[in-house]
Structure formats: C-alpha cells, structure tokens
Design a protein around this ligand. Structure first.
Ligand code: GLU
Length: 402
C-alpha cells in the first residue's frame, strides 16, 4: 500500500480554499456556449470590447523583438514601472517612484503577493462585505484570518469607521478597501475615504486599496485614492491595480502593486522565486496602455454607464428584486430575497445559490450567487457584456420571475 495515503495528499492550507466562483461560473457559461447552448454569461467581470488596436500593435511589435524573448527583471520592465508611476500620478494624484512599483501577473497576483508579504498566522484582516470572492482565500493563504464586516444596500454597501472600530483587536493587521466596489458597484465619497484612512493611520493598520475600477465611475461619482487624501498613510498602504478592466485586457495578465520600499522589495523577492518576470510581450502591451491617452477608456466607460442604467432599470422592475443603482465598476448586485421560496420553473429555490442554478437551467443565464461574496440572498450580474445580450439575459430572468 502506498505510504502516501498515510498523510493528506493536498496541503491543509490549499485544501481549505474553494474554487473561484466567478471563474467557475464564467467557465461553465463559456463551455455551454461552446457546446451550442444559448447561454448568456453575467459571470466574470470581463469587458466585451477588444483591447484597443494600438496596444495590440505594440504587443505584436514586441513579439518580433528578440529582447522580449529573454528573462527580464522580476520586478517588471523598468520602463513599465516608470510609466505606471507616471500614470498613477496622472490618474489619481498619488506620487511614487518607479522603485515602489512591482509588476505582477494580473491584479489578482498583486493582492496575493500583498497578503503573503504582510500577514503572519493569526493576523486579522478587516474585510467589508459583500467582498470579492478571492479576498478571503488570499487572506487565508497568507495565514491571516478574515473578519468580515457586513454592509447592506440600505448603507449604500459602505463600511463605516464605527464598524471598523468595533471589529478592531490587537491582532488587526490590515483592512481591504475597494471603491468602486466589486461586487456591489458602490463608490465611497471622499470624506468617507478620508475618515477611514485617518482611522487606519491612527491605529497602525495597513490598508490594501484595490483601485482596479478607478476609471469606471458613473453619474458624478468619482474614485479617490485613499493615500492622496491621507498622505501619512503612505508607509502603511499598498495600492493594487492593473490594466484588465480599464483597457479591456483581462487575458493579458498585467497588474501591479505600489507600496513602501520594504514591501516592494519583499514582494519582489517572493516573485523572484515564484513567477519571475511577467511575460515581456504582455508587459510591452501594458506599457502602450498606461502611457497612452484615456480616449478608448472614456468610450468604454460611457458604454458601461448606459448598460448599467439598462440593467438597473430592468432588475428594479422585477417584483421581489431590489437593487442599488450602480455608481461604479460594472456590476449590479440585486437582492433576490423577495423571490426566494417562490415556485420558479418547477422548483422552489430557498437560497441565492439554488436560484442561480435555476437561472442557468431554466433561462440559460449565468449569474454569480451572493454566497460567493459573503452575501447570501443577493447575486452579482456583470454588465460588461454587449447591450443586446444584456437585455436578452435580464429579460429572461424577468420572464422567469414574472
Ligand atoms: N474580477 C473579475 C470578477 O470578479 C474577474 C474574474 C475573477 O478573477 O474573479 O469577475
């Protein structure tokens, strides 16, 4: 008998995490579509636009340049690190040096690195809920303990300083801050961002601020970068960002983290033993993206705003469904609590998880259940897909729930 069976085959650490629900729903929808099923995917937040042509052309030229065929510095191409520092100053007003930027394999990898570098076993991380599905797993992989702070549509899905303070203990090491928010679409006003930043500064708590949706804000809401409002926070703050959402570059996998020198040095060491450099062709594409203008970004933002309006109106018109009007990112996060327990297409879903299964089976619509975001009763629908599919898909949900 194999001696391997005497111990657990998979480490306890990795056994304890779940598959990414957003990627799982997306993969299922894409597999069904490939098999000819008329599925509409509201799963992963992925712009339907192609990457702007000048970015693709820069990548094509880079692929023909033999220098891209070799290893490059683990922390990222020096020109890209400089361009990210310049773009950050241009877009959010946060000043940093190229040395404070680490280029990562997508925004997700930046978050993973930050958790690995900052957390020790038992460190508590305050996480406003509903939260993006991967944060708690990344906290756990870093040895940390998630302390979820629930918010509701009635609070605008925004955590307060009082809530943070009530959850603070002597093990609190860090907090996540995300505005515009995935999955809720909420955007914090500057005074609330400043108040949270002052609180974190006063208590020596690290802020991991995810700014990946910075350019996607609607109807007068604006994203502000916390350390620009609370400059003292600079030594205990990590900014997380990437090209995926702003430039329709989800598949290119280029993100970055910006932080104090010691954090960036530690994360670079980690990366030097794990991924080495991010693919050079993708980095050169990202260089073209961040050094270029924001014209294409503005056009995409306008389309998202229009689609968000459509989705919000259609969802709000369904009896039993309530929804916060999206302020940013590209998600609606409606509550379906009013329809749970009703008979729908021959079954009686009692949870949002079961309801989303019914949506897929009976309406061929893929939606991520709120359970994946620490918010049972809700579900997340991305409005980054095309207008016609959006109307057709939400229409199918409305018909099913009529
Ligand atoms: N951030 C996107 C989402 O939430 C991409 C998919 C993922 O990596 O989770 O859908």
């Amino acid at each position: 008998m194999s001696r391997i069976s005497e111990r657990s085959r998979i480490s306890l650490k990795v056994s304890a995490i779940q598959e990414s629900a957003t990627l799982a729903v997306d993969a299922k929808a894409k597999a069904l579509q490939a098999a000819g099923e008329p599925v509409i995917g509201f799963g992963a937040g992925e712009p339907d636009f192609p990457t702007p042509a000048h970015i693709v052309e820069a990548a094509a030229a880079a692929a023909h340049d033999p220098s891209t065929h070799k290893y490059s510095p683990a922390a990222g191409l020096p020109k890209l690190r400089e361009a990210i520092a310049a773009k950050t100053l241009r877009d959010s007003g946060f000043a940093c040096t190229a040395g404070q930027v680490l280029v990562t394999n997508g925004g997700k990898h930046a978050i993973y690195n930050a958790c690995q570098v900052l957390l020790d076993p038992g460190d508590e991380v305050l996480l406003p809920a509903p939260y993006w599905t991967s944060y708690p797993e990344m906290i756990a992989l870093g040895g940390g303990v998630t302390v979820a702070l629930p918010t509701t549509a009635a609070d605008g899905f925004r955590v307060t300083v009082d809530q943070l303070e009530a959850a603070r203990t002597d093990r609190t090491k860090a907090m996540f801050f995300v505005s515009p928010s995935n999955p809720t679409g909420a955007v914090y006003p500057p005074e609330e961002v400043a108040a949270i930043g002052e609180w974190a500064l006063g208590h020596g708590i690290w802020v991991l601020t995810d700014e990946i949706y910075e350019h996607l804000t609607f109807r007068g809401h604006d994203a502000v970068s916390m350390p620009t409002l609370v400059p003292g926070l600079v030594d205990q703050c990590v900014i997380l960002n990437g090209v995926a959402k702003t430039y329709a570059m989800t598949g290119w996998r280029v993100g970055w983290m910006i932080g104090p020198d010691d954090v960036i040095k530690a994360a670079t060491n980690l990366q030097s033993h794990s991924t080495s450099n991010v693919g050079n062709v993708a980095q050169r594409a990202a260089l073209a993206a961040v050094s270029g203008d924001l014209v294409a970004v503005g056009e995409m933002r306008d389309a998202f705003e229009r689609r968000g309006d459509t989705m919000y109106s259609m969802l709000s018109a369904i009896d039993g469904v309530t929804c916060l009007e999206p302020e940013g990112a590209f998600y609606c996060f409606p509550s379906f609590e009013g329809v749970l327990g009703r008979e729908i297409a021959g079954s009686t879903p009692r949870t949002s998880l079961e309801l989303c299964e019914v949506f897929l089976e009976a309406a061929k619509v893929a939606v991520v259940p709120g359970e994946a975001f620490g918010a049972p009763g809700y579900a997340r629908l991305s409005f980054a897909l095309g207008d016609d599919d959006l109307v057709e898909g939400v229409g199918r949900i409305a018909k099913l729930l009529a």
